[in-house]
Design a protein around this ligand. Structure first.
Ligand code: NDP
Length: 288
């Protein structure tokens, strides 16, 4: 039989996108699975998203990841959406099934796995969340599904913050409230987990930190960041100085990629192999 040079295409759309390391873990996963898939990292501006999604069908991509600023904006252009992603109102994974685009969301699942792998059971916990965008919605829904006791959302824009409060209160029996982020915010002393879901600190703005009172963080708190930079964000460094346990965004990135690769290929890659690829890329140890 003649040799086939054809590859199946997947990848990520985002803006900015240059430093997104998902290609490292996805490529390793495809190599480990022994399947001819290629993951491409593509800068797509907001105004081009609709055309870019049509392009997936034209070029027969198997699927795509979406990152900032596309996770909510993509919804009107999809043919269907999973029940979970519909509650979240955000998608991070699109599957192209016979020319129809289906929206999924693996961000929250990736985050939850990182927390579980670090040894924490979130049931009954009080969570303080910075941000109310796509990543926040995914994580908030998964936290509520896992039975947290209370969610406090701190967000700059009232509209987006209220939108997430409404989603949670309509779908879950969890105490939820919004605080407007218009000053340096203290973190509640009785919070079990503080999670940053904003893009503050994302490359290239690696010196930025959220405007919170870092002295309200203490050693009984777990502080999580979704930013997949390396080594640690300024937020995590401030938290470590105060004795808090920290969970970084790299582990979440690996775990959500495992879920997405399963959605695209029907195969489950080894997270350990992907972790090693990322660690080798950065010369660090990665918790996932
Ligand atoms: P969105 O644009 O949907 O949401 C961004 C959120 O950040 C909004 O709540 C926005 O507030 C807030 N925000 C941004 N800048 C500031 C600021 N200077 N001060 C206060 N609030 C701010 O983005 P996403 O949710 O899609 O992505 C957010 C981050 O999560 C990205 O950095 C992305 O890299 C990361 N991420 C990491 C993943 C991983 O696997 N580790 C997976 C998914 C995301 P407002 O509503 O006021 O505009």
């Amino acid at each position: 039989m003649a040799k086939s040079y054809r590859e199946e295409l997947v990848g990520v759309f985002g803006d900015p996108i240059d430093e997104n390391p998902t290609v490292v873990v996805a490529s390793k996963a495809f190599e480990q699975l022994g399947i001819p898939y290629r993951y491409v990292t593509i800068n797509v501006k907001s105004e081009d998203l609709k055309d870019a999604l049509q392009g997936l069908k034209a070029m027969n991509f198997k699927g795509i990841h979406l990152t900032i600023p596309h996770k909510v904006a993509a919804l009107p252009y999809l043919d269907s959406i999973s029940e979970e992603a519909a509650i979240m109102g955000a998608v991070n994974t699109i599957v192209n099934q016979d020319g129809k685009l289906r929206g999924e969301n693996t961000d929250g699942k990736g985050f939850m796995k990182s927390v579980a792998n670090a040894g924490y059971d979130v049931s009954g916990m009080k969570i303080v969340m910075l941000g109310a965008g796509g990543a926040a919605r995914a994580i908030a829904v998964e936290l509520c599904r896992a039975g947290i006791g209370e969610l406090v959302i701190i967000n700059r824009s009232e509209e987006r913050g209220q939108g997430l409060v409404k989603t949670i209160s309509e779908n879950f029996d969890v105490k939820v409230s919004l605080r407007l982020w218009d000053k340096t915010m203290p973190i509640d002393a009785d919070a079990d987990i503080l999670v940053n879901t904003t893009s503050i600190g994302l490359f290239p703005n690696v010196d930025e930190k959220p405007d919170i009172d870092f002295d309200t963080i203490h050693d009984k708190m777990v502080v999580c960041d979704v930013i997949p930079n390396h080594p640690h964000t300024q937020l995590l460094k401030e938290a470590e100085k105060r004795g808090a346990k920290t969970i970084d965004g790299l582990g979440m990135l690996i775990n959500q990629a495992v879920e997405s690769i399963y959605d695209w290929t029907g195969k489950v890659p080894e997270a350990e192999v992907m972790k090693e690829a990322l660690a080798a890329e950065y010369g660090i140890s990665v918790h996932y």
